[in-house]
Design a protein around this ligand. Structure first.
Ligand SMILES: Cc1cc2nc3c(=O)[nH]c(=O)nc-3n(C[C@H](O)[C@H](O)[C@H](O)COP(=O)(O)OP(=O)(O)OC[C@H]3O[C@@H](n4cnc5c(N)ncnc54)[C@H](O)[C@@H]3O)c2cc1C
Length: 468
């Protein structure tokens, strides 16, 4: 579709006001458009540059640390754009049909027709079940950080962080700095990193060194940091919630850390549901063992008019999200036949692509240095709860394979209800696939991925009396 073929000004909708969405909106406004920009959050900023609630007055340096200047720049730029946008906060995109985005705000449904849709939906935690993780007091790393950033609260008085990836060390360090007691940081990734990981991590040397400094800082603060652990269980009971985390250390000995809260997370997973509902093609990525939407170098998906940018398609981090958001918006303008957008695209796309390629190298380094512990997920004991929403255990999933020949995750879902609850498989989907694949004795890519169903997240609908 080109501008010449449109009988109305181009209707462009941006989902998300994190770094990717803000930079996409900025590029569209620069080209003279007035895009609709929605976000389910009350305030802009997205995850990393999440704004504190009205009335909170913590300074930028305290809230965002080394990223304070970038946070301030993004907030300032978005504030300056506001009058030129049709900005709709508190608005959830819950479904998509051809050329229309379905949203809901304060219980009221609306349909937003679009000529181009930029999905900048960000990421959430990638979680692996641990026996006992259904107990009260277990949070994701992201939730632990949000509690601190948004509300200045810790998730407990004595916290264990378990998982892998940079966020593990970052959130633990933020807790230490905030004065919380961190009982241990337990990383499933081995301390020795493969050379292919190290080479790629040094695509962004400053960031790699900052990560090492976080680990050193935690150790200096007296926090036990164990690498190469195998999670065994989260101990506790129904009335008190979590009480301790037990792991097998790299030497094979069992270690137990008492606590009243646990933060879990294995890096991040892209929020790809809208891309799935838009019928974008996905491809399996072996290095991170997950299915991701296919995009070209500029962010075009396989579905005409749908562009994907930021952590919602590849976890490139906040700087990468800013570049990807701008590039995808310029690509959309060029595809719409927009003259000044085309000029910006021609002038900037090569540099933006180079930036993104460098960040993608770093992303691959992270995936190799902090691998998803798929063998641990596949080996979960039969009584471990995998799907917390529907209380489905690893044993039930294995029975779907042995008794009902479920060699595909959506079939296992139909028989067991795994992934049918509130989270719609966003947190149990990856582990479920590993369990089914291992039980079938086939590679994980052959069991497929849980298909997205609308609504992508629980939503509130106003109910009115209907006159009969
Ligand atoms: C929990 C968490 C904590 C993180 N902490 C750090 C950190 O401390 N340091 C760091 O360097 N990186 C951190 N990251 C990574 C960093 O946040 C991202 O790299 C960066 O924010 C990506 O920008 P983005 O614009 O792609 O997505 P985001 O910043 O995540 O923004 C996405 C936006 O889309 C909105 N959205 C999503 N789906 C919908 C929908 N269906 N309808 C309406 N709106 C929707 C969300 O509300 C959100 O505002 C964190 C990521 C997560 C998930």
């Amino acid at each position: 579709m080109t501008a010449a073929s449109l009988d109305h000004p181009a209707r462009v909708v941006v989902v998300g006001t994190g770094p990717a969405g803000v930079r996409a909106a900025q590029a569209l406004v620069q080209a003279g458009l007035r895009p609709v920009v929605i976000d389910e959050g009350r305030r802009d900023g997205g995850q990393i540059y999440r704004r504190q609630p009205e009335g909170f007055k913590r300074p930028y340096a305290k809230l965002y640390g080394s990223e304070a200047a970038k946070a301030q720049a993004l907030h300032h730029d978005f504030d300056a754009l506001r009058a030129q946008l049709d900005y709709r906060p508190d608005t959830l995109a819950w479904n998509l049909s051809e050329g229309e985005l379905h949203v809901v705000r304060e219980g009221e449904p609306q349909t937003l027709p679009f000529d181009a849709l930029l999905v900048c939906s960000g990421a959430t935690d990638r979680l692996m079940p641990v026996p006992g993780w259904q107990r009260a007091g277990c949070y994701s790393l992201g939730a632990s950080q949000i509690a601190l950033k948004a509300q200045a609260c810790a998730i407990g008085a004595r916290v264990v962080f378990l998982g892998s990836g940079p966020l593990l060390y970052l959130v633990a360090s933020q807790y230490v700095q905030a004065g919380a007691q961190v009982a241990a940081v337990l990383d499933t990734a081995p301390a020795a990193k493969p050379w292919r990981a190290v080479a790629r991590l040094f695509a962004r040397p400053r960031l790699a060194l900052r990560g090492l400094a976080l680990i050193r800082g935690l150790r200096r603060a007296g926090v036990p940091v164990l690498q190469g652990v195998t999670p065994l269980r989260i101990d506790g009971d129904d009335s008190l919630g979590v009480q301790a985390v037990a792991v097998r250390d790299a030497q094979g000995a069992e270690q137990r850390f008492e606590c009243d809260a646990v933060g879990l997370g294995w890096h991040l997973r892209a929020e790809t549901q809208l891309a799935d509902l838009a019928r974008c093609e996905f491809a399996f990525e072996p290095v991170s063992r997950q299915w991701l939407p296919r995009i070209d170098v500029d962010g075009r998906s396989s579905t005409r008019g749908v562009y994907l940018a930021g952590d919602g398609v590849r976890i490139l981090g906040a700087d990468g999200a800013e570049a990807a958001g701008r590039l995808a918006a310029l690509a959309a303008l060029a595809d719409l036949g927009h003259a000044s957008g085309r000029a910006l695209y021609d002038a900037e796309s090569a540099v933006l692509r180079r930036t993104l390629a460098q960040m993608d190298r770093f992303r691959e380094g992270l995936a190799r240095a902090f691998p998803w512990p798929h063998a641990q997920a596949a080996a979960l004991p039969d009584d471990a709860v995998v799907c917390r929403c529907e209380a489905v255990t690893a044993g039930e999933l294995r029975r779907c394979v042995s008794e009902m020949d479920s060699r595909e995750v959506n079939r296992a879902k139909a028989f067991s209800r795994v992934g049918m609850g509130r989270c719609q498989g966003r947190f149990c989907g990856h582990a479920s696939a590993e369990i089914v694949a291992q039980a079938c004795g086939i590679p994980v890519e052959e069991v497929g991925r849980l298909r997205t169903q609308a609504p992508v997240k629980p939503l509130m609908m106003n109910t009115r009396e209907v006159a009969l």
